[in-house]
Design a protein around this ligand. Structure first.
Ligand SMILES: Nc1nc2c(ncn2[C@@H]2O[C@H](COP(=O)(O)OP(=O)(O)OP(=O)(O)O)[C@@H](O)[C@H]2O)c(=O)[nH]1
Ligand SMILES: [Mg+2]
Length: 202
């Protein structure tokens, strides 16, 4: 299936250190959240078919900004700072929590959260906190288990089924989940179907 050109024309719009600095709160926005180093920026690049749109980091825990990418006048993807990196000082982790919670609770344009988890380490306590926030604020959530190329096909499917079962059991609102790999470019159509729905594309 051909990529909707809207994704491919994505370009950097702005970085914000807090919600007050973010671009105007209108239209449709999807945020990419997840642990530091999980593969959020890589997923954004893969889904927009661009190599260097979002910066892929060798040093986790560095990005403390909300990075906004514009698809068109009304639509944006947002790369959220990663969480759970052990070496980040506590004060910074606290600031992170406040910024993210503000963003999730107050951002009108935010239509859904794309939660990126390393398929080898899914559902960490930090992920659970993010899911709790989304459920609390009534935000639609989709989980992408990325780096699935690092697992055998059987192990990846096993993880998918286990995570889906846990999400069904633990949370009131439905949460969809898929396997994804930026390296092997797997799961792209499934991810776009979710993004299309939230961003009112097509
Ligand atoms: N094998 C494999 N490696 C991946 C995949 N996605 C990302 N990576 C690697 O994982 C590392 C972290 O990727 P990023 O996309 O920077 O992760 P991030 O979640 O944006 O990290 P922070 O911005 O620090 O929170 C990089 O070395 C990527 O090349 C994948 O699907 N497969
Ligand atoms: Mg990143």
């Amino acid at each position: 299936m051909a990529l909707n050109p809207l994704y491919h024309q994505a370009c950097f719009l702005a970085s914000a250190s807090r919600l007050g600095n973010a671009p105007a709160d209108q239209g449709f926005e999807v945020a990419f959240a997840g642990r530091s180093n999980a593969g959020k920026s890589s997923a954004i690049n893969t889904l927009t078919q661009q190599k260097t749109l979002a910066r892929v980091s060798k040093t986790p825990g560095r990005t403390q900004l909300l990075n906004f990418f514009r698809l068109d006048d009304a639509r944006r993807l947002v790369d959220l700072p990663g969480y759970g990196y052990a070496k980040v000082p506590e004060g910074m982790q606290h600031a992170w929590g406040q910024m993210i919670e503000q963003y999730l609770s107050r951002r009108e344009a935010l239509k859904g959260v794309f939660l990126i988890m390393d398929a080898r380490h899914p559902l960490t306590p930090f992920d659970a906190r993010m899911i709790d926030w989304c459920q609390h604020f009534g935000l639609p959530l989709h989980v992408a288990l990325t780096k699935s190329d690092k697992l055998s096909r059987g192990a990846a499917l096993d993880t998918l089924h286990k995570v889906a079962a846990t999400l069904r059991r633990e949370y009131a609102q439905p949460i969809s989940v898929q396997l994804f790999s930026s390296l092997k470019r797997q799961g792209i159509e499934e991810a776009h179907a979710v993004l299309d729905g939230w961003l009112a594309i097509g």
